[in-house]
Ligand binder design. Structure first.
Ligand code: AMP
Ligand code: MG
Length: 344
């Protein structure tokens, strides 16, 4: 797959509009940091998914990023830094709960929402007075932030609404001609976006599930809750968190239609030329499908899910049967992405 894409990178995908930028392929954190400092857009690897980075204090650059992705302006961006002690680059206050969670899980796949520093562009926070702050563990990402010396706003490196990119080839496929550079190295390990935790209220609220689970968060702050349970119990202290409209936008959707199923069987999945399957279990007749992937563990499934959806689109698959992940551990985050990918 890598070789095939490398040999024809200049051919725009059928969904791509006319390109205006020459997208450079870069291989060093120095190049990435220089482009970001100069107000450019760079796709780079993190341990979760590929990010599309820009100087979070440069409103013109942030505007270009929203255009490049086709991202709705009310969907806030997460700001990335190299080290926990650099939080003053993005937030005006470090709350007790955020400090405890970052100390436990950062660098790693967790984002804490804190009061925003005025210097961070209002476009980054989509007009909110808070900012999502993350310290990835990926060494390339951290070196880019260290050298850039500016807070880096970075959503996932994909066209808005599409599955996130977990390889540089996928980031390139989506963003060629729309961004200044793609860091052509490495792929991601977790494959699912960070856990987003609102940390400005009386207790932490998980806005988006990720690799750091509710149980792990509760080991550090026992009062932590998931957004869904706050909404169900009409918790007024979660109201601010509800005003994170980005969560409601369509996300992770391939061109193919997705059918979720708990258990795959040959009765449910007919060996049609336009059908594909991914999941943990095999079933009689799976070999007759033009595209399928069974993963050994839930972690592997999470790591490979988005790329499978993209592979299905590249193969003009019209219907993907997706076995739902078990709703615990990282499976909870994967299940959330599967439901959204299916339009739920
Ligand atoms: P993405 O860039 O696609 O990984 O999405 C980032 C998500 O983080 C957004 O959709 C928001 O849900 C969440 N987020 C970022 N900043 C904030 C914030 N200030 N308040 C609440 N949620 C946020
Ligand atoms: Mg995204």
């Amino acid at each position: 797959m890598i070789a095939a894409l490398e040999s024809q990178p200049e051919i725009p995908s059928k969904k791509q509009e006319v390109s205006s930028l020459l997208t450079e392929r870069i291989h060093t954190p120095q190049d990435a940091a220089r482009i970001i400092r100069d107000g450019g857009l760079v796709a780079f690897p993190t341990e979760t998914v590929f990010g599309l980075g820009v100087d979070a204090t440069n409103t013109d650059a942030v505007k270009k990023l929203f255009t490049a992705k086709g991202r709705p302006s009310n969907n806030p961006l997460i700001v990335h830094i190299n080290d926990q002690q650099d939080w003053t680059l993005a937030a005006s206050e470090m709350t007790r709960h955020a400090d405890a969670l970052l100390t436990a899980f950062a660098p790693g796949p967790i984002t804490v929402v804190l009061p925003k520093l005025a210097k961070i562009s209002h476009l980054v926070s989509a007009g909110l007075n808070t900012v999502g702050l993350r310290i990835p563990s990926h060494p390339i990402a951290r070196e880019i932030f260290r050298l850039a010396k500016v807070p880096v706003a970075a959503p996932s490196a994909n066209r808005s609404g599409k599955p996130s990119s977990t390889t540089w080839q996928s980031a390139f496929e989506d963003l060629n001609g729309r961004v200044d550079a793609v860091y052509c190295e490495d792929s991601t390990s977790i494959g699912i976006e960070s856990t987003v935790v609102h940390c400005c209220g009386p207790f932490p609220v998980i806005l988006r599930p990720g690799a750091i689970t509710l149980e792990q968060v509760q080991q550090i702050v026992p009062e932590a809750k998931e957004m869904a349970s706050c909404v169900a119990h009409d918790e007024p202290s979660a109201t601010d968190a509800v005003s994170s409209p980005g969560i409601l936008h369509p996300h992770y959707q391939p061109d193919a239609e997705i059918h979720l199923l708990e258990k795959p069987t040959s009765e449910l999945i007919t060996p049609n030329a336009g059908s594909a399957y991914c999941g943990l279990d095999r079933f009689a007749g799976i070999e007759q499908l033009p595209l399928s992937n069974t993963f050994e563990t839930v972690e592997d499934y999470a790591a490979g899910f988005y790329e499978f959806l993209r592979q299905a689109d590249r193969n003009s698959i019209s219907r993907i049967f997706v076995q739902t992940a078990p709703a615990h551990g990282i499976g909870r985050a994967l299940l959330d992405r599967q439901r959204r990918a299916a339009g739920g």
